[in-house]
Design a protein around this ligand. Structure first.
Ligand code: ZN
Length: 300
């Protein structure tokens, strides 16, 4: 029996893979304050394995190293603010040092992935089954967030169950504000932190807004504006609402590389590490028992 034909396709270089990533998620589409693109790595180094994760934590970097990844693609930046040391005495420094020592390149797609189509919010809107999608808002010339319609109206409680079923499980679960029996059909979504978009949510006529990192004062004020009615709010967690994008990014990278570089092969994988910082919740079950909105009439 003949030996199989040797694989003569050359390795991809980091330069090739970065070019593919930046054709999908152009750096110039990132917000001005953001820090995206290549953080560590040598453009001439070969890339055979690419790991996708939401955050470049030390555990994720360990996973990349153990799997033999040459490139780690994350949504959140490792270095957003200026640093003057990458010594291992700080976690950021230890992360950079670990990446460089292991020869793992790091590339970040953050607000440039938010505004992409498909990007973070479109992937979330698709997962929730929203039709007739349009942008929720804009950032310069780029669309952010999505608004769409469910095939049929459902109760807020049923909708929350859909959100829970579509998103990966988290320690914090999903928090909902509104009448559990209220009907919802038009849905606004914004992956990650979205409590600065309540004006847009009201303007678009959404019955419910799915986002994360909702804080007491903005939420309470939004609920007051709504007089207890629509738009209802769903805080589904920062990690959970953004993590669906990782699979989309992985698939889009593979198809971009396939189109431009033909037979060359690269292995890709989405990290299994949950990088949300919460570990567990207590005391939530009592409030869930009747799922009623709090009585705003005062403390009994
Ligand atoms: Zn985020």
């Amino acid at each position: 029996m003949d030996d199989p034909a040797p694989d003569l396709s050359p390795d991809l270089s980091l330069r090739d893979v970065v070019a593919a990533l930046e054709s999908l998620y152009p750096l110039e589409s990132a917000a001005e304050w953001d820090r995206v693109g290549l953080v560590t790595g040598d453009l001439d180094q070969p890339v055979r394995r690419v790991l996708f994760a939401l955050d470049p934590t030390l555990a994720v970097i360990d996973e990349a190293r153990e799997w033999g990844a040459d490139l780690l693609v994350t949504h959140h930046p490792l270095l957003l603010r200026g640093v003057h040391s990458v010594a291992t005495s700080s976690a950021k420094g230890a992360s950079v040092t670990a990446l460089v020592r292991a020869g793992v390149a790091l590339w970040v797609g953050h607000t440039n992935a938010d505004v992409a189509d498909p990007g973070v919010s479109t992937v979330l809107a698709d997962a929730l089954g929203l039709d007739d999608q349009r942008p929720l808002s804009s950032e310069g010339s780029y669309a952010v967030g999505r608004v769409g319609r469910l095939a049929a109206p459902v109760s807020l409680a049923e909708f929350a169950d859909v959100v829970a079923a579509v998103l990966p499980d988290t320690a914090g679960g999903i928090r909902v504000s509104g009448d559990p029996d209220g009907a919802v059909r038009t849905v606004a979504v914004m992956g990650g932190s979205g409590d600065d978009r309540f004006d847009d949510v009201r303007a678009c006529g959404a019955d419910v807004y799915v986002t994360a990192d909702l804080r007491h004062h903005p939420v309470l004020e939004a609920r007051e504006e709504a007089r207890g009615g629509r738009p209802y709010l769903v805080d589904a967690g920062h990690w959970a609402t953004e993590s669906l994008w990782l699979q989309s990014g992985r698939e889009r990278l593979l198809s971009a590389l396939g189109e431009t570089l033909g037979a060359t092969r690269v292995e890709t994988r989405v990290s299994t590490i949950r990088t949300e910082p919460w570990t567990f919740v207590v005391g939530a079950n009592a409030a869930r028992a009747d799922r009623a909105a709090p009585d705003t009439g005062g403390v009994p």
